[in-house]
Every structure is written in C-alpha cells, then in structure tokens.
Design a binder for this molecule. Structure first.
Ligand SMILES: Nc1ncnc2c1ncn2[C@@H]1O[C@H](COP(=O)(O)OP(=O)(O)OP(=O)(O)O)[C@@H](O)[C@H]1O
Ligand SMILES: [Mg+2]
Length: 385
C-alpha cells in the first residue's frame, strides 16, 4: 500500500535494500551511525523498518517532540526501564515512591543499587533539585548501566538530533559526548534533517561528535524498485496502466514522500473510477494534486532561501539550467555550499549540483507567479506526458 503521514514499515516499506544491509552491518557491529537526508526522505522509516526486522533491544526518542531536556531525560528513563521489564516508572514516581519500590523489587532483574539511585534522582527531578543537564547525562548513563546488567547491547535512536540545540545550550554536545564515548553496550543512531547542523555536529573537526559515528546519506528511492512495487500493487488491485506510470515515477526522481503521495492519489482516483484504467491524464492530475498539497511547505522553503543573499538567484539558475551572471566564483561556491548544507541541493558524482526537492525545482521553473494559483497552468518542465 502507498502510505503517507507516518513512517512506513513491513510491506509498505519500499527499496532501501543496500541501505538496510549497510545499516544492519553497522548496528550488528555496535558501530554508531548518523543518518542524514532532506526532509521526508525516509530516515525515520529506515530506522523503524530495521528495528522491526530485527530482534534488537531498542530505544527511540524524537527530540523534536521533547519540549525540555528534562522531559527528554524522563522519556529515556521510562524507555530503558520498560526495556528492563518495568513500565511507567516516571508516572509511578509521581504517585507513591513506597509502592513503586516494592513493585520494582518484585519485577525487575536489575541491581537494587541502580534502582535506588534512579528513584533518588527522579525524586530530585520532581523537586527541581537536580540540574537538567546532570539529569540528562544521568539518563544516558542509565541506558549503559541497564544494558550491562542485562547483558545486551541497546540500539538507541535519537531522531531529529539537531533539535537538541533547541532545548539545551551548545555545550550539551561536548557534555554528551564525554559521557557516551565510554558506553560499550549502547549503539547510537542519530537522525537529522537539517544537514547544515548535522554536518557541523558530526563532520566538523572542532565538533564534539567528529568521527564518532559513521555517516549514512539517504538519497531518493531506486526508480526501478519503486516502479516494480507500483506495478505489482496496481496489478494486484486489478488496475491497468501504460507507460505513463513509469514516466510519472521517473519524473518524481525517487523522492520518497512525493512519489508515495502521488501514487496514492492515483490509486484512490482509480479505485473510484469504473474503468480501473490508469491513463496519462490521471498521471498528470495526480502530479498536479501532489504539487498543490506541497505548495505551502515549498513556499516556506522559498522564503528561507530568499532571506539569504544570492541563494534564490543561484538555485533558480540551477532549476532553469541558466548560468548566473555577476556573481564571482568564491561567492558562487560559498552559496552552493550553503544551499547544500541547508539540504536543498546535492552534489552529484560529476560535481554537478541537483535540487533535492523535485517540487521545489518545479516551482522555481514556473515563469509566472500565477502558475500556482491557476491549476491548469503548471508547466511540468521535462515531463514527457
Ligand atoms: N522506504 C520507503 N518506502 C515507502 N515509503 C516511504 C519510504 N521512505 C519514505 N516513504 C514515504 O515518505 C514519508 C516520509 O517518510 P519518513 O517520515 O520516514 O521520512 P523522514 O526523513 O523521517 O521525514 P522527516 O524529515 O519529516 O522526519 C512516509 O510517510 C512515506 O510516505
Ligand atoms: Mg523523521
């Protein structure tokens, strides 16, 4: 099925064969990794799928959803105790400590000395008597401690890792690194979509996480895999199609989210029709719907691009195959780098840059501002339909 709006796994998960293999090899060897990709390229899905295919002990936190370092730490503590067989430790601390201790004694196979320190720390946290950074570092160390006593290696995924800088001071990276570098029983998986920050954290020599993790870059889905999946799917649902389907898939350049969204529209539209035939016109219409659905997001991206000097002119030039005049090469180079860091463009093997978001490119290719207010006027440059 073509699913959107949530990370996908199982039968809904398409392709990523090589990534899953490499990812699994690293994880099985307790190698920390960082996965970076532009928004909606399937980072979370990749982790969810790998975790669901293997019998790992896992912890998953989405830092974007944490409002404070304290709540993030509580979530980690909750999850690691759940792994050790005890659910809801945070909630229960808020209720009755005496009964909590009794329950813990009866149900977890962890050294009581560890448990006692946890409860003491949680009590201090309740009363705001512990500094939030100290509390966070305690939570991280606890994962290692519990992994050791359980004799396991815990795979710990931190999604939208760059957002840690939104809830803590930059120093947190050094503080974190100095704690987790000693962990032997935890394998860290960092995911991030703001490439500029992820690069700074993991690839800059002066950064705390330099050389800490192997970096996996996620590109688009493999077009052939996506095409085979789609054809099998439509055939199984008694729908017929012609070459337009492949043309459409190729046009979307393997962008996971846009491809899935567009194919989904196509499916529902055909489901509703009496003929069950996917026509060329259906393909164009599905694409049009996709662009409209993405419009406000793309416009936000454009605003960000426009707020930086030369960025719009250069990415516009890239979208339209036009060399930008009047910009010297150092500035050009710097701007390309900056756009790359922002995740909007990517360098290809031959040194050429491409725009990662196909709909952003499409928007930049419209020569009239009214193109997107009048549906029929979108000019799908390069679409052979
Ligand atoms: N391997 C895949 N197979 C099928 N669909 C996929 C795959 N990867 C991504 N998708 C589609 O793209 C959507 C976004 O995927 P996901 O949430 O995993 O991306 P992300 O990179 O974590 O995005 P974000 O930056 O928003 O967190 C999914 O809901 C799904 O529709
Ligand atoms: Mg995600």
């Amino acid at each position: 099925m073509f699913k959107s709006g949530m990370p996908v796994k199982g039968d809904d998960f398409i392709d990523r064969i090589d990534h899953l293999k490499m990812f699994k090899t690293y994880i099985d060897n307790n190698q920390h990794i960082m996965i970076k990709a532009p928004r909606r390229f399937g980072k979370t899905s990749l982790v969810v799928q790998l975790f669901s295919l293997n019998d790992y002990k896992t912890i998953y936190v989405d830092i974007k959803r944490a409002t404070t370092l304290r709540s993030l730490s509580e979530q980690i503590i909750d999850e690691v105790y759940a792994l050790a067989g005890f659910r809801g430790i945070i909630q229960k601390t808020k209720e009755s400590i005496a009964s909590l201790l009794k329950q813990l004694r009866a149900s977890v196979k962890i050294d009581m000395s560890i448990v006692e320190v946890t409860i003491e720390t949680l009590e201090k946290n309740e009363k705001n008597q512990i500094d939030e950074v100290e509390f966070f570092l305690y939570a991280l160390d606890l994962v290692e401690k519990i992994a050791i006593v359980q004799g396991v290696n815990i795979k710990f995924a931190m999604d939208e890792f760059q957002d840690i800088l939104g809830i803590a001071k930059p120093k947190i990276l050094d503080q974190m690194r100095s704690v987790i570098q000693h962990h032997q029983n935890v394998t860290y998986i960092f995911l991030g979509s703001i490439e500029s920050i992820m690069n700074k954290i993991f690839s800059s020599k002066s950064s705390a996480f330099f050389h800490f993790a192997r970096i996996i870059e996620l590109g688009g889905l493999n077009i052939n895999e996506l095409s085979n999946y789609s054809k099998t799917f439509f055939t199984q649902h008694a729908m017929s199609f012609d070459d337009s389907l492949d043309t459409l898939i190729g046009y979307l350049e393997g962008h996971p989210y846009y491809s899935i969204k567009t194919l989904q529209t196509l499916y529902y539209k055909t489901l509703d029709s009496s003929s069950k035939i996917i026509t060329q016109e259906d393909c164009i219409n599905a694409l049009r719907v996709g662009v409209y659905e993405a419009k406000s997001y793309i416009e936000e991206v454009l605003e960000k691009i426009k707020s930086k000097k030369h960025h719009h002119a250069i990415i516009w030039g890239l979208a339209n195959g036009v060399k930008v005049k009047n910009i010297d090469s150092p500035t050009l180079y710097k701007t390309y780098k900056s756009l790359e860091d922002m995740g909007y463009i990517k360098k290809q093997d031959r040194g050429e840059y491409i725009i990662t978001d196909i709909f952003l490119k499409l928007l930049l290719q419209q020569n009239s501002d009214t193109a997107l207010t009048l549906e029929n006027e979108i000019n799908f440059v390069g679409l052979a339909l």
